[in-house]
Structures are given as structure tokens and as C-alpha cells.
Design a protein around this ligand. Structure first.
Ligand code: NDP
Ligand code: GDR
Length: 326
């Protein structure tokens, strides 16, 4: 039975990746940080019905010794570093914490792998945010980076340290440059989920409007379930490498709002307002990925369309609010 250790197992991707690896016969363990709200930590794993099949090991990305201990205990064949302070807007309010968790945390994990399980394969959750102020219209593995937030700067450090450990120590370390991916398990602060939750509340008479930030930004949005499959595929390759994972289609926040409200037979223009509180000090205006390499080398392709995903998310949020109202 192959063994996997996942940091960030309680997050959106951690939950879907756990589900995928369990289906493939892995023994799955996750690094769990201490919290006073422990009862809500496993919510996503519970939603997917896998909470009792994963083993939790105490640890924090900022505490190297706890990660080494976790690796010694689990003896993983594969380590997926998904843990991060992942909300871009918060990275301006907590820039140093973001650097510690998202950049140094990744370094701690790969260093712990080097020390305690050098043969294990390592995956780093890199991000399209690293392209930031885009240098090419469609971004591939060859596009130069230009980060635009403390989060993106931190991810760039984590990305390059992964490349460096691969080249310095011959580790099987891969970096997935993933574009935005969403699902009903997306955190409520991210734009798609904020909108689908808003649609549900408006539809059920719990809210009258939805204040938003920049509606003109465009993103290349895919489904998390498809994207975790790409992570796994990267670690099954003989040689480690970096891959862009995207759909190849870019859609504005405004159009995303239109599609989400239409799922509930509503017109977004009647409810969406613009509120300066949700604007960012520096914006990433456009992201548009080129997934050709992932398709050619990994045989990876997305299977869930943007429209299917938005419909699934709106439906899930309506169901959530209805069950709370009962
Ligand atoms: P989430 O924000 O949903 O999950 C983040 C995870 O990191 C949570 O499990 C969280 O634990 C954990 N974490 C945060 N701080 C620490 C810490 N100090 N020690 C240990 N664990 C910690 O992110 P996603 O699932 O959406 O994303 C997974 C990864 O992929 C992240 O690194 C993100 O930056 C990256 N990424 C995401 C993309 C996306 O569109 N979703 C696109 C590209 C990259 P807790 O539950 O305790 O808060
Ligand atoms: P992003 O995701 O910053 O791309 O990072 P987010 O959903 O937060 O924003 C996407 C775009 O929508 C605009 N926007 C708003 N965003 C939020 N959150 N709330 C609003 O009200 C709002 N109005 C407009 C934003 O300005 C932005 O342009 C996500 C995270 O998952 C990162 O961890 C990951 O690395 C990248 O995706 C790829």
C-alpha cells in the first residue's frame, strides 16, 4: 500500500486529493495544526465522507521539527505540500505570516523530506499568481514570473526552492503551477464561492445584494477534483518536472457572476454592487493558462466545464442554507 502525507489536508484540495488517493488504495495521512476550533477542521473531509479513513498527525508548517516527526512516523512514498496562507487579499494584511507559512513553510517541508525521507516524491502547490502582471498573453511553464502580492512572492520562493532541491540533491520534486480551481468546498472568501453563496442567500430571501470588488479581472477557472488528479499524475512520472494546469479558457468575474445568478434564474445586475473594500492594492488583471504540456506529458485534461462547476456550487450552497433554515 503506497503511503502519502498531505499538508493542508483540511483545505479544499487536501480533501479532494485525500479522496482520490484513497480510491487508488493509498494510506493517507495529513498534517493537522492545533486549533481551538478543532470540530470544524475536518468539515471538508466529512463532506466527502472520507474523514474516518485518513490519519492525522500533529504539526505546523512553521515548525520544522514537527514536520520531520510526521515524516518519520508516516514514512511516506509521496509528500504533497498543499498547506499555505492561500488567500491573496489577506497577504497584504499579514505579509510576514504569509511569507513564513507559504514560503518558509514549503522550505521546511522539502527540507524535512530531504532529511527524513529523501527517496519520497514531493509535490509543491505552486500558483498562476506567480505570473501576476502577465508577460505573455497565455501563460505556460516558459512564461517569466512577475508576482503582484506578498502571497505570490512567497509562492515564487517556494517554487524556486523546489526546483533548486531537485537540481541540487536529485530529489523527485515537482511543482504544479495551478490556475484557479474551485468547488463546493472552496473557502467562502474566494470569489466564486462568495458569489454562489450570495446567489443562494438572495434566492432564499436571506440577502438583498452582493457587494463585490473588481468585476473586470479575468481568471482561468477549473474544478478542484480535476486539478488534484494532475498533482497525482506529476508524482507518477519517472522524472520530476514543472507543469501548468489550467483549462485554457479565461472568464471575467462579471461573466462568472452572470452565470452563477442565471443558475438560480436571477439577473446579477439586479443584485451585484461594487464596494471598494474588496479591491486590492495591486491586481492581477488577466490569467489565461496554456495546459499543452500537462496534456502531452501527463495525458491530463479537465473533465468538468466552468458552467457545470458553477451549477454544482450554486446547488450545494442552496442546499446548505436550506438545511440550516430547517
Ligand atoms: P485552502 O486555503 O483551502 O487550504 C489551505 C490549507 O493549509 C488548510 O488545510 C490549512 O489548514 C493549511 N494551513 C495553513 N496554515 C498552516 C500552517 N501554519 N501549518 C499547517 N497547515 C496550515 O487552500 P486550497 O486547498 O485552495 O489550495 C491548496 C494549495 O494550493 C495552497 O497552497 C494554495 O496556495 C495552492 N493553490 C491553490 C489554488 C486554488 O485555486 N485553489 C491555485 C494554485 C495554488 P487549516 O484548515 O488549519 O486552516
Ligand atoms: P485569487 O482568487 O486571488 O485569484 O487567488 P480570488 O477568488 O480571491 O479572486 C479572484 C479575482 O476576483 C476578484 N474579485 C474578488 N475576489 C474576492 N475574493 N472577493 C470579491 O468580492 C471580489 N471581487 C472581485 C479579485 O480581485 C481577483 O481578481 C486564488 C487562490 O486560491 C490562490 O491561493 C491561488 O494561488 C490562485 O487563486 C491561483
Amino acid at each position: 500500500m503506497p503511503r502519502a502525507l498531505i499538508t493542508g489536508i483540511t483545505g479544499q484540495d487536501g480533501a479532494y486529493l485525500s479522496q482520490l488517493l484513497l480510491e487508488k488504495g493509498y494510506e493517507v495521512s495529513g498534517l493537522l495544526r492545533r486549533s481551538a476550533s478543532a470540530e470544524v477542521m475536518g468539515e471538508r473531509l466529512r463532506w466527502l465522507g472520507v474523514q474516518d479513513r485518513v490519519r492525522m498527525v500533529d504539526g505546523d508548517l512553521m515548525d520544522l521539527s514537527s514536520i520531520i516527526r510526521a515524516i518519520q512516523e508516516v514514512k511516506p512514498d509521496e509528500v504533497y505540500n498543499l498547506g499555505a496562507q492561500s488567500f491573496v487579499k489577506t497577504s497584504w494584511d499579514q505579509p510576514l505570516l504569509t511569507g513564513n507559512v507559504t514560503a518558509m513553510g514549503a522550505h521546511n517541508v522539502i527540507e524535512a523530506v530531504r532529511l527524513a525521507a529523501p527517496e519520497a516524491r514531493f509535490y509543491q502547490a505552486s500558483s498562476s499568481e506567480m505570473f501576476g502582471k502577465i508577460q505573455q498573453q497565455q501563460q505556460s511553464e516558459k512564461t517569466p514570473f512577475y508576482p503582484r502580492s506578498p502571497y505570490a512572492v512567497a509562492k515564487l520562493y517556494a517554487h524556486w526552492i523546489t526546483v533548486n532541491y531537485r537540481e541540487s540533491f536529485g530529489m523527485h520534486a515537482s511543482s504544479g503551477i495551478l490556475f484557479n480551481h474551485e468547488s463546493p468546498l472552496r473557502g467562502i472568501e474566494f470569489v466564486t464561492r462568495k458569489v454562489t453563496d450570495g446567489v443562494a442567500r438572495i434566492k432564499l430571501g436571506l440577502a438583498k445584494e452582493l457587494p463585490m470588488g473588481n468585476l473586470d479581472a479575468t481568471r482561468d477557472w477549473g474544478h478542484a477534483k480535476d486539478y488534484v488528479r494532475a498533482m497525482w499524475l506529476m508524482l507518477q512520472q519517472e522524472a520530476p518536472d514543472d507543469y501548468v494546469v489550467a483549462t485554457g479558457r479565461t472568464i471575467s468575474v462579471r461573466e462568472m457572476c452572470r452565470v452563477a445568478f442565471a443558475c438560480a434564474d436571477l439577473d446579477y445586475q439586479d443584485f451585484v454592487t461594487v464596494d471598494a473594500r474588496f479591491m486590492r492594492p495591486a491586481e492581477v488583471d488577466v490569467l489565461h493558462g496554456d495546459p499543452a504540456k500537462a496534456k502531452a506529458k501527463l495525458g491530463w485534461e479537465p473533465t468538468i466545464s466552468f458552467e457545470q462547476m458553477m451549477a454544482e456550487m450554486v446547488e450545494a450552497d442552496i442546499a446548505r442554507h436550506q438545511s440550516r433554515m430547517r
